[in-house]
Design a protein around this ligand. Structure first.
Ligand code: ADP
Ligand code: MG
Length: 334
């Protein structure tokens, strides 16, 4: 049973950045306006994320890391909506099978914070011989999650990591995407033991300023805002796209579908194609795109490791988005 869970967890979380993405989404879902992330050894030694969200009830702490434990289903219209978010109630469970997980949390109406450790889906003692029950401690409202020694019990996976700085770069890139997308949320991300942050976005920053902070002013100064929607295809989208004055070395695509960061090689290709007529040879665009699609139109079978998402009328929707960018770039293609 445990081996099965461990294997399943290793399929969901292949690299530290995958664990962190889940933790960021949880913190945002909890209504946080501040996320502080600390990373040691590319996330293999420590991933720590502190939020100021709603916190977790002490009574829920014992089941938190059981598979399919989620507080979010009731908020959904129907089970179809699961497709939008990939999977449900598996992130903390998975992490607890392949790392040392501890959670400190306080809700608004609790008089103190509670800290618990988890192993293989269950509460576990901090040290052998101690009680596994959550312990009272001091703390502010919100939740702090610490993931230590990721893949400590999956040596093959652990050996696959060559460089901590490479893993950290992936983490910073993912944090940067959410930092651009999540209006009203402050983000900071740094390496453990370093005083300087690699990302520091204040709560009040607008999208352009977020792009300026996370990326650079060269990009932020050359952005066009656009919006497209279509009832028939059940989507609306808004975003910022670089103009013809900006020409990057590689394409930067910050793509959110229903507020989850996802990849889409189809969209990337189409966007590069669109820009190729406007940029010097080899020049690449920057695009931040937030796409909201009716949940029933998003592929419900999408697997968490397959971070590519499928949705109905993809070709038509992508063409409408590219058409909007094309006309902003100055040439209407009919
Ligand atoms: P899911 O996000 O799909 O519900 P997870 O395993 O990621 O599943 O989290 C399980 C549950 O733990 C969530 O539904 C939520 O109730 C609670 N939770 C996790 N992280 C936080 C957090 N940062 N703040 C408040 N609640 C959290
Ligand atoms: Mg989650």
């Amino acid at each position: 049973q445990d081996v099965v869970n461990k294997i399943a967890a290793g399929e969901i979380i292949v690299a530290p950045v995958h664990a962190l993405k889940e933790l960021i989404e949880n913190a945002v879902d909890a209504g946080s306006t501040s996320l502080e992330i600390v990373v040691k050894d590319g996330g293999l030694k420590l991933l720590q994320i502190s939020d100021n969200g709603c916190g977790i009830n002490k009574d829920d702490m014992s089941i938190l890391c059981e598979r399919f434990t989620t507080s979010k289903l009731k908020a959904f219209e129907d089970l179809q909506s699961i497709g939008t978010y990939g999977f449900r109630g598996e992130a903390l469970a998975s992490i607890s099978h392949i790392a040392h997980l501890s959670i400190t949390t306080k809700t608004a109406d609790s008089s103190c914070a509670w800290k618990a450790h988890y192993a293989a889906g269950k509460l576990a003692p901090a040290k052998p011989g101690q009680s596994a029950d959550p312990k009272a401690c001091a703390g502010r409202q919100g939740t702090q999650i610490q993931v230590e020694d990721l893949f400590y019990n999956v040596p093959t996976r652990r050996r696959a990591f060559r460089s901590a700085s490479e893993e950290y770069a992936k983490i910073a890139e993912q944090v940067g995407k959410y930092a651009v997308h999540c209006q009203g949320v402050a983000f900071s991300c740094k390496k453990h033991g370093e005083s300087g942050t690699s990302i520091a976005v204040p709560m009040a920053a607008g999208t352009k300023d977020r792009i300026r902070i996370v990326h650079n002013s060269d990009i932020a100064n050359e952005l066009m805002e656009f919006e497209v929607s279509d009832k028939q295809y059940g989507f609306k989208t808004n975003g910022f796209a670089s103009n013809a004055n900006y020409s990057g070395k590689r394409t930067t695509l910050l793509l959110f579908i229903n507020h989850r960061s996802v990849d889409s090689s189809a969209i990337k290709k189409a966007v590069e194609q669109t820009y190729s007529a406007f940029l010097p040879k080899g020049g690449k665009p920057f695009l931040y795109l937030s796409l909201e699609i009716e949940p029933a139109r998003v592929d419900v079978n999408v697997h968490p490791t397959k971070r590519e998402v499928n949705f109905l009328n993809e070709e038509e929707i992508v063409e409408l988005i590219c058409g909007a960018i094309r006309s902003k770039l100055g040439k209407v293609d009919t």
